[in-house]
Design a protein around this ligand. Structure first.
Ligand code: SGN
Ligand code: CA
Length: 537
C-alpha cells in the first residue's frame, strides 16, 4: 500500500513536471527571436526593393519580398548616435538627451535590450554603436569604438579590446554568425543587434568591390546641380556639396602626392583637408591589403592628374558624383552579400520561421540629390530611412506600407512582439497593427522631427518640423528664423518652398497648430530648445 502510494506520487510528480516542461518549452517557442540589422548611412535610394536605378541588393530585398517594405519610414533626428539613442530608449532626442553625436549618452536610462534580458531573452550587440560607452542589457557585445575602422577594425568586448584583421562588414558578419551558431544560449530566444559601420564616410570598400565598382557609371539625380533657389538660408549655407565640400583625398581617393605634383587645383581645398584623411583606412591596411587597393587607386589618380584641370565645373561635379557613388555603392554591395550570409544561416538552421528580421539604417543619406552628400536635414533623402521587416508568422509576404512610422517606434514594436510590457514613458507606437495588416487600428497621421547639431561639421542649421503624407512644415531657428513648407505629393524633390504662397496659408495655419500639439504631446518646447543651445555653447 505504502509502495503503491509512493508510486502514484512519483507518477503524479512526473506528469506535473512533464506538463510544466512542455509549457515552458511552448512559451519559449512562442516568443520570436529578433534580428535587428542596421547599417550606417544607408540611403533607401540604394536598396533595389525601393528602386534599382543605382544598385541591385538582392539579399536585403529578400526581407521585403518575404515581408513588408515601409515607404514612409523616417527618423526623429537624422544623425547617427541620436538615432541610435532613440531606437534604444523609444524616446525623442530632447527626452533621452542624446541631441547630437557629441553629448554623452546617459546610460542610467532604460534601453529595450535591458527589458529583453530581464524577460529571459539572450541578447547581444555586434558592430557600430557610436555612444562612447558600452551597451547595457546585452549578454555579449563586440562594439567598434567611436566611428570604427573599415580595415582591421578594433572592437571593445566584455573581455577587453581586440583587433581583427580583415574588412569590417565581413568581420561583423562572421562574429554575428558565430554568436548565432555557437556562442549564444540556445535554450532562450534571442535579440541580436547586428550593426554595420558601412557605408559611412569615407566609403571605403573591400578591395574586390572597389575594383568592380570603380569601373561603373551611375545615373545622376535630377537635382545634382540644384542652386537652392526657392529654399531658405539653411539649404544655401550647408557644407555638404559634392563639388565644394567633398574632399579629394579622404573622399575621392586622390593621393596627396598627386595634388602636390599637379600644383594648383580647382576648386581649391587646403592640403590639410585631403592629406590627413586619405591615410585613414589606407594606413591601417597591411602590405598585402594595400597591394590590392593600389592598382585601383593608381588608375583613379592617373586619370585625375591627366584630366581634372581640363574639366568644366559641371564635369568636375559629375566626376565627384561618380567617384562617390562607386565607393558608396561598393560598400553597400558588401553589406548586401553579408546580409545574405546571415539570411542563409537563418534558413538553414530553421530559425527563420520564428525570427523577426528587421533591416534599417540610422538615417537616410543624400546621394547627390541637391548636390549633396551627408544627412541631417528634414528633407526626404535624410529624413526617411529604409525599413524592411520579415516575420513569417505575422506579416504577409511582399506587402508594403506607406504610413508615417519612425525609429521611435522600434522599441515598443519589439517589446510587444516579445510579449514584454513597454514602460509607459516610451514615446513611440508599436507597429504591430501595421505588421498584421490591421491598418484601421493605426491612427497616427503626422510625425515630429528635431535636429540640433549646429554649429558643427556640414553646418546644417537647427530645425524642427512636422511631416504628414502630404506636407512638411519646418522651422529653422537659432541664428535664423525661417519657415519652409513643402507639398510632398506635388513636389517630391522638395525644390519649392511654398510657405509664403497665398494658396497654402490655410495649410500653414493648420500645420502650425498641429506642430504645436506635437511639441506638447512629446514634451518639447522653446525652453528646451534654449537649454540645448546653452549646453552646447
Ligand atoms: C564624420 C564625417 C561626417 C559625418 C559625421 C557624422 N566626416 O565627422 O561627414 O557627417 O561623421 O556621421 S569624416 O571625416 O569622418 O568622414 S555620423 O553617421 O556619425 O552621424
Ligand atoms: Ca549614420
Amino acid at each position: 500500500m505504502v509502495h503503491r502510494k509512493s508510486f502514484f506520487t512519483v507518477l503524479l510528480l512526473w506528469v506535473i513536471t512533464a506538463i510544466a516542461c512542455k509549457q515552458s518549452l511552448n512559451t519559449k517557442d512562442q516568443r520570436p527571436n529578433i534580428l535587428f540589422i542596421m547599417s550606417d548611412d544607408h540611403a533607401y535610394q540604394a536598396i533595389s526593393a525601393y528602386s534599382n536605378h543605382l544598385i541591385e541588393t538582392p539579399n536585403i530585398d529578400r526581407i521585403a519580398h518575404e515581408g513588408m517594405l515601409f515607404t514612409n519610414a523616417c527618423v526623429t533626428n537624422s544623425i547617427c548616435a541620436p538615432s541610435r539613442a532613440t531606437i534604444l530608449t523609444g524616446k525623442h532626442t530632447h527626452i533621452n538627451g542624446k541631441i547630437n553625436n557629441i553629448q554623452p549618452f546617459d546610460t542610467t536610462q532604460v534601453t529595450f535590450p535591458q527589458l529583453f534580458q530581464q524577460a529571459g531573452y539572450e541578447t547581444a550587440m555586434y558592430g557600430k554603436l557610436h555612444f562612447g560607452n558600452n551597451p547595457k542589457g546585452v549578454d555579449d557585445f563586440m562594439i567598434l569604438p567611436d566611428q570604427g575602422n573599415y580595415i582591421n577594425p578594433n572592437f571593445n568586448t566584455p573581455k577587453g579590446d581586440t583587433t581583427i584583421v580583415g574588412y569590417v562588414s565581413d568581420i561583423i558578419t562572421d562574429l554575428t554568425l558565430n554568436w548565432l551558431n555557437k556562442k549564444r544560449n540556445k535554450t532562450k530566444p534571442f535579440m541580436m543587434m547586428y550593426m554595420h559601420k558601412a557605408p559611412h564616410r569615407p566609403w571605403w570598400p573591400s578591395p574586390h568591390k572597389f575594383k568592380e565598382f570603380a569601373a561603373k557609371n551611375f545615373p545622376e539625380p535630377v537635382s545634382l546641380f540644384d542652386d537652392y533657389t526657392n529654399r531658405g538660408t539653411a539649404a544655401k549655407t550647408a557644407e555638404m556639396n559634392l563639388l565644394t565640400h567633398m574632399k579629394y583625398g579622404h573622399d575621392s581617393k586622390i593621393r596627396p602626392e598627386t595634388i602636390n605634383e599637379m600644383g594648383e587645383i580647382t576648386p581649391y581645398v587646403p592640403p590639410v583637408e585631403w592629406g590627413e584623411g586619405f591615410y585613414g583606412p589606407y594606413n591601417r591596411a597591411n602590405a598585402q591589403q594595400k597591394s590590392l587597393y593600389d592598382p585601383v587607386i593608381d588608375s583613379i589618380n592617373t586619370w585625375f592628374k591627366n584630366n581634372w584641370m581640363k574639366l568644366s565645373m559641371e564635369d568636375k561635379m559629375r566626376w565627384k558624383y561618380q567617384r562617390y557613388m562607386q565607393d558608396y555603392l561598393a560598400c553597400i554591395s558588401s553589406v548586401d552579400d553579408n546580409v545574405g550570409r546571415v539570411l542563409d544561416y537563418l534558413k538553414e538552421s530553421g530559425l527563420d520561421k520564428n525570427t523577426i528580421v528587421v533591416y534599417t539604417s540610422d538615417q537616410g543619406f543624400y546621394l547627390g540629390e541637391h548636390g549633396w552628400f551627408d544627412k541631417r536635414f528634414i528633407y526626404d533623402e535624410s529624413f526617411k530611412t529604409p525599413l524592411l521587416i520579415r516575420w513569417p508568422k505575422q506579416i504577409k509576404p511582399g506587402t508594403s506600407c506607406d504610413e508615417m512610422v519612425q525609429n521611435l517606434d522600434f522599441a515598443q514594436t519589439f517589446l510587444e512582439a516579445a510579449q514584454i510590457s513597454a514602460p509607459s514613458d516610451m514615446q513611440g507606437e508599436s507597429l504591430m497593427p501595421l505588421l498584421k495588416g490591421e491598418d484601421e487600428k493605426w491612427t497616427r497621421d503626422a510625425v515630429y522631427y528635431h535636429y540640433y547639431e549646429y554649429p558643427s561639421v556640414h553646418m546644417v542649421k537647427r530645425h524642427y518640423g512636422i511631416v504628414t503624407k502630404e506636407y512638411k512644415l519646418v522651422h529653422f531657428y537659432y541664428d535664423v528664423n525661417e519657415w519652409e513648407l513643402y507639398n510632398r505629393k506635388k513636389d517630391p524633390q522638395e525644390m519649392n518652398n511654398v510657405y509664403e504662397d497665398s494658396n497654402y496659408q490655410e495649410t500653414v495655419k493648420e500645420l502650425k497648430a498641429k506642430l504645436e500639439d506635437l511639441r506638447v504631446k512629446y514634451k518639447d518646447s522653446e525652453k528646451l530648445d534654449q537649454h540645448f543651445i546653452e549646453i552646447t555653447k
